[in-house]
Design a protein around this ligand. Structure first.
Ligand code: GDP
Ligand code: MG
Length: 182
């Protein structure tokens, strides 16, 4: 919407990926500047709102949807994905199985929600817990670049909810892509 030259956008953003990869932690860090090693896996859907002053004329409200416990089933309902305009897909760099699950999450996403123009919604891949990564797991950065091209991720970022690394950058990248589509 716009009034007096001011733009306001409300964007629904999904945060998906396997259990324990740090989805809730990333949201808490991004929205509340807070990290705790002890989150309970709450059941249901949680929301958090992040307000970004994008530029002098543009305010962006990101409504972040946390799947909160249902990720054990490996997919979500269409209702949950409905009207989302962007997604973060999260894996844990210390657990290869969570990376292997990324393509399943991306496929689930693309099969259940599309932009009004029929294109997939922009998705950014988050390689989380990079504070714990020993040399080597991410290994070849070029390989992840290629993976992202192949699986149609807009970009990928190493993140740490614990150390506050990469999350703001990842969000800016996703929002920039969403604005292109808008
Ligand atoms: P979710 O199931 O994907 O929502 O994952 P949580 O946010 O509940 O995180 C699972 C566990 O990983 C918790 O014990 C978190 O404290 C921990 N964790 C999450 N992000 C990070 C991170 O960036 N670094 C480290 N070292 N631990 C993290
Ligand atoms: Mg969680």
């Amino acid at each position: 919407t716009s009034a007096g030259g001011k733009q306001e956008h409300l964007y629904k953003i999904l945060v998906i990926g396997d259990l324990g990869t740090g989805k809730t932690s990333i949201i808490k860090r991004y929205v509340h500047q807070f990290f705790s090693p002890h989150y309970r896996a709450t059941i249901g859907v949680d929301f958090a709102l992040k307000v970004l002053n994008w530029d002098n004329n543009t305010t962006i409200r990101l409504q972040l949807w946390d799947i909160a416990g249902q990720e054990r089933f490996g997919n979500m309902t269409r209702v949950y994905y409905k009207e989302a305009v962007g997604a973060f897909v999260v894996f844990d760099v210390t657990r290869l199985s969570t990376f292997e699950a990324v393509q399943m999450w991306k496929a689930d996403l693309d099969s259940k929600v599309l932009l009004p123009n029929g294109k997939p919604i922009p998705a950014v891949l988050l390689a989380n817990k990079c504070d714990l990564a020993s040399e080597g797991f991410l290994g070849n950065v070029n390989q992840l670049d290629e993976y992202c091209r192949d699986k149609n991720f807009h970009a990928w970022f190493e993140t740490s909810a614990k150390e506050n690394i990469g999350i703001d950058e990842a969000a800016r990248s996703l929002v920039a892509k969403i604005l292109e589509n808008d």
